[in-house]
Design a protein around this ligand. Sequence first.
Ligand SMILES: [Zn+2]
Length: 414
Amino acid sequence: MMPEKTLPPQEEYQMDLDLLDLLKKIISFKTVAPPGSNYREIVDWLVPVFQEMGFATRRMVMPQEVFASRCQDSRLEGDRFNLKADLDLGADKTLVIYAHLDVVPAEGAWDTDPFQAVQKEGRIYGRGVSDCKGSIAALIAALRSLLKTGRTRYNLSVLLTTDEEVGGYSGLCYLTDLGEVKGDMMLCMDGFCDDVVIGSNGIITWEATVHGRSAHSGSSFLGINAVERSIPVMQALMSLKKEVQSRRSAVPSSSALEAMGMKSLKPMLNITMINGGVKENIVPDRCTLRGDRRVIPEESMEEAMQELESALKPLEAQMELKFYPGYPPMSVNPDHPWVSEVREAVQRGMGFYPRLSGAQGSLDQAYATEKTGIPTCVFGVGRQLESNIHGLNENVRATDLMGFARFLIELLQA
Ligand SMILES: [Zn+2]
């Protein structure tokens, strides 16, 4: 059944043309992170685009001292330009809409130029078309079309920010700490269109350094072998892994994982790196193990760290353990009216009623949601199993991109 308030066909056609032009332009900015380049250029281009639609815009640059203390990543350089664009219509409620401006590097043998959005066989190819510049282009096209004749149902606060792909203290984290993420509900466009995501896992990176004493391996009994000493550490971690990974969250897993038999979010403990030894005939004096712990919404970051610490406690004398906590887990009440509102707008705009799910990975959105308590839905333009996000030939279905603009119209129109 066609919704009542859909745009007239000629207006939809204009919006689609506008959307493709916008996407081409946005993809052409090489906002690759790391290092995080061209943030100033893309924000300078976006400012008049939002101003012409009546938004008040602010360029919010992360101060050097904040960058130096919070983003300790030697691969990053340049200024962190974020954009905050507000449209205050005196409505009762304010909707915060978020997407990130950066993309991962586009190395390898692409079939097309990754920084030109190229349309072929029903898809558009380019770095960031799915993650998540396509959603930014769709947002602008939808707003232009809506605001030409009408108004939006809510005041809008659009946040287009830096360094999500780096995984650390992103522009969204910075705006959150400034108190600039303000509203009644939030739409994070850094997602897929397979499901509406209302939960995600938190992430803690850990590092265990096992110490020994070096010696000639011919008389290895004179030294202490740090590599061999790491074995009981790994065994302790593997038994904890078994325990951790037997837990389940109440948040359902994504459609893609559900199809593989995984019903709900699952915590993880992984050993992913090992580094030790200098030569075959030297007893190694040090071995470093690294990995991560994925934390489901029912667990706490603090408890997960304590649990790991206690598992290794009996071996403490010979090792040091360090934690680098990243984004927290996120969980939004599935019965919140905002969640139904988003799902119904998807139904009207894209023609299907989406499942609710959670992400095994972690999101900078979770940081904002935890600190502000604003109910959040994550929904974007790509498809989990076919858009090849972060890979070669990243793409988006043209119908999804245009459907996403229609979803936004359904969600936003007064
Ligand atoms: Zn993303």
